[in-house]
Design a protein around this ligand. Structure first.
Ligand code: P6P
Length: 334
């Protein structure tokens, strides 16, 4: 085997290179993204052995810091909150795991430029059956004055105001994918050096695909438009050459990631039981809508562009239709 290819950029090298290309940048955003990568590596270690811990019935174990091991999604929440609170870039956070947002009250954080919203471990119910799960995050420039505590309006901005968004998928390999307006880039964790390495530069979502993702169990709860589109996906010679393949992992990060790479459409529509759908606008729909649009795809709530929705509450839900531009237009015309 020849010398190991070492000219693959690590996440740190990539974010620093991006910074060099923007001399006016303060380095706060690249610092924040590196912080997310660090927390992701720590979470990855625990996620990878989660099954083992259950088998050992070792849930009551105390870790090396002498802390009681908490549920994995609380652990993940604390890892992401910790790196952001102790970094130089974030004034506060909103999390799926926390009822309300948290404004960091130390001087450095109060003078930071960004706020971050995240779902620390989406789909954590899948852990005990060894299905991939993920972390989803969204970054905004704060709108309240630096030096003050981050406030509600910093967190309730429309998705179009995102500066960056990304996700980590803890799967057969662990990947971190993030988007800024300049593009979407994917990094795969190389455990031999403990670094995320640029494996998927400049990700583009194919304009068409042959995969549709939806929970068929809710079929008779969907609107007529959604039921009609699902039927289009199942028909021979429909759209761009149906029938399509149905793939639904039940873990949003995995389903949306696969469609981003291969092309496809993911739908979590409103149902009679859940008139606003199940997914959260601020830290599930908005980040993926931003990433997908930068990659050339589209994302709506069935009526309007996800990124145009003005949030009114931290944990509000939204229906979501997201993926390949051509398939989204097929759906919109149904
Ligand atoms: P359903 C996981 O619980 C999750 O929040 C997403 O990751 C996933 O896409 C969705 O719920 C699955 O929901 O109702 O189809 O099981």
């Amino acid at each position: 085997m020849g010398p190991v290819n070492r000219n693959i950029l690590t996440l740190d090298e990539f974010t620093i290179q991006q910074l060099r290309d923007f001399p006016l940048a303060t380095g706060e955003l690249s610092g924040l993204l590196r912080d997310m990568g660090l927390a992701a590596k720590r979470v990855n270690v625990e996620v990878n052995k989660a099954g083992l811990v259950d088998i050992l019935g070792d849930l009551g174990r105390v870790n090396v810091q002498g802390e009681d091991v908490k549920k994995l999604d609380i652990f993940a929440n604390n890892q992401f909150m910790g790196v952001l609170q102790h970094g130089i870039s974030c004034a506060g956070i909103g999390s799926e795991e926390l009822d309300d947002y948290i404004s960091f009250d130390d001087e450095v954080s109060k003078n930071s430029k960004y706020v971050c919203l995240f779902d620390p471990l989406d789909g954590s119910g899948n852990i005990d059956v060894n299905v991939s799960i993920g972390t989803i995050f969204s970054v905004y420039r704060r709108v309240t004055p630096k030096g003050s505590l981050a406030a509600k309006e910093d967190f309730l901005q429309p998705g179009s105001k995102q500066v960056a968004a990304g996700y980590i998928v803890y799967g057969s390999s662990t990947m971190l994918v993030y988007a800024t307006r300049r593009g979407v880039n994917g990094f795969t964790l190389d455990p031999s050096i403990g670094e995320f390495c640029l494996s998927h530069p400049n990700i583009k979502c194919p304009e068409f695909g042959k995969i549709y993702s939806v929970n068929h169990g809710n079929f008779f709860q969907y609107s007529e438009k959604v039921r009609n589109y699902i039927t289009v996906c199942q028909k021979k010679n429909s759209g761009n050459g149906g029938p399509y393949t149905q793939r639904y992992i039940g873990s949003m990060v995995s389903d949306v990631h696969r469609n981003l790479i291969k092309g496809g459409i993911f739908m979590y529509p409103a149902t009679t039981d859940k008139p606003k759908g199940k997914l959260r606008l601020l830290y599930e729909c908005n980040p993926f809508a931003f990433i997908t649009e930068v990659a050339g795809g589209k994302a709506t709530n069935g009526e309007q562009r996800i990124l145009d929705v003005q949030p009114t509450a931290l944990h509000e839900r939204s229906p979501l239709f997201i993926g390949s531009k051509g398939m989204m237009e097929e759906f919109e015309m149904t």
